[in-house]
Ligand binder design. Sequence first.
Ligand SMILES: [Zn+2]
Length: 737
Amino acid sequence: MNGLKVVGIVLGAAVILAIGLLIGHFGIPRDPKWVKELAQDLDEKFINQFMNEVDNKRIEDNLRILSNKPHYATSAGDEELVQLMLSRWKDPEFGLDDARDERYHVFLSFPDAANPNTVKVLTQNGSNPFTAELTEEKLTDDQKDPDILQPFLAFAPNGSVQGKLVFANEGKVSDFEYLAKLIDLNGTIAIVRYGGTGRVNKAINAAKFGVIGVIIYTDPKDINDGKSNASDTYPNSWYLPPSGVERGSFKENFGDQLTPYYPAKEFTYRIPESEIKGISHIPAQPIGFADARQLICELNGAQAPDNWQGSLGCTYNIGPGFKQNRFDNSDFVQVNVYNKRIIKPSSNVMGIIRGAVEPDRYVLYGNHRDSWVHGAIDPSSGTAVMLEITRVLGTKLKQGKWRPRRSIIFGSWGAEEFGLIGSTEFAEEYYSKLRDRTVAYINVDISVFANATLRVQGTPPAQSVVFTASKQVKTPSNSLTVYDNWKNHSNRTSPQYGVIPQIGSLGVGSDFAPFIHYLGITCMDIAYTYDRRVTSARIYPAYHTAFDTFNYTAKYIDPGFFSHQTVARTAGNVLLRLSDSLILPLGVKDYVETLEGYYSRAESFQTNLSKYNISLEPLKTEINRYKRAAEDLEEKIKNLKKSDKSPYNIRRINDQLMLLERAFINHLAFPDKLYFSHVLWASRSSSVATFPGLADAYQTAVESNLKQHWDLVHHHLTIAIQAVSNAASTLEDVTKI
Ligand SMILES: [Zn+2]
């Protein structure tokens, strides 16, 4: 073969190869249909359409139906609402893909209608000059409903106790310490006001000082901006009437008390009642401030400190016992509690929209369904919003105009008021699936406390998506964006963003608690709230009373339901961004400020730590590593080229974003705290806002100065370092190990 022939063959082959490549390049469509489908991304036009279609009138109609009857957990009213949720979510024209109810057999506590709880004054000869009202005043037809649950504290133990009355302010440990220096508390009954510490903690604290019974009331100074005359209160204003009584759960821990960590099925092992932790062992009963006035204004003894004085229109003395006036100094106060503890079936209702591309990734959105009485604001304002969001989305779904990229699970939780029971049982039953596949949880419980501004609580990865959504929604008055208005009401200066709206942290106040604290799912709670320049009310005044009604809401909380509409637009916008965006809109870099803030506050421990050879340096190193990893990942996402958008690559990045919150979970970190497993957000008793385990261990060690307690500080510092290290490695290049 001569050289020329060889060249000819090579050239010919090259031409054929080039033609082949060209055919390959142009002949096959570059983006087959399935590639396009896998790249389904957020549609801003759809979000706008959604927001335009959210209807304030329909929210008002929802609320009217939802709050028509008292619907405490497992009541006939609650069961009716289970059917209502199912029928809405199964509707052929605006329903979801699927809806079902799931029952748990949960441990509850109710007052005995035949044997009502009482608070009485008794004389030595057995006469009874005073008994607190058993019911709230019937100011409108709503209070006449026979199904109203009489005022009580769920899980408060039964008993009949009597003793001299003392006034113990908010029932904090410091309040009882103050009293104990002045008077003998043994065998007394303490009257305390709401606020300052948790409901049940007032009685747990009291018992440690020898108090044998507790009466709780709402002071008009704390809830009514000082207004206590009936003419200044509902139905003449939004303030609490003198007969209004705040009901509530009387225990520290959430979830079903007999089945911690396991769903409360019929077959589930139940611990004995005697092993329940965090409950009161002395009887307690709530009363209205009209009755509290009759007791407190008659107290004998030294004048209470200035900051203990309230707005009952008299000087508050501490007792013990009454002055010689309306009552006799030797008179006793008697507290009689006859609550019934019972296991009953309670339903969660689940509504499901199947994702088009990633049906195995879930965005959760929920609210509880049960109330204490009519519960127009708590919780029905949130459910009225949820039903309007599902109506708009369900309609699009049924018309074939939209299907989210990921699955959406709506939850109407049961028995929240008894301690977040329905949501906790759900989190326990679906633990593995939820842990592995849940992107975020949005909670909208009370959607409108008042109509001034947005209020959001959440973990840092939720910040950016909430900001984006709130910039796209106008306030009800249409003058500003929700974002700008929020920034005017509540803001902070961020090292990286400057002045931004303040996002609060998540405690245990609603159903987000099991998702953030136990499962480590990024959570947020969205509502509209007060103008703090206008009112200092601890919460909206009708909270947990028989006055939290449709009429109260429509007249005083949100006339026209425009704030409800604003919350529906904002929360729905967030939901769509989380469920539809190709790349999850979770800002992992936003955890850096939290971590650096925690570190700088922990630095105040360093001098003492050095004495025990404990160094914070490794923590600093891991935080810096986290910062680099978060910045690198966000940079990588920003610069994603089309060629990087293979479904595997997208899924890999999204998993990193989704699983970041999970990296802070350590189920062994807080063995004494039920459910708390998030190393950054677990409950904390120390006032130093740093890693809660480290802060509390440090406080104990400083107080005791025992070697074993300094060892515990070292242990908790190690837990913190490892959690940040886990988080950093979640964000670093996961193809390398
Ligand atoms: Zn609620």
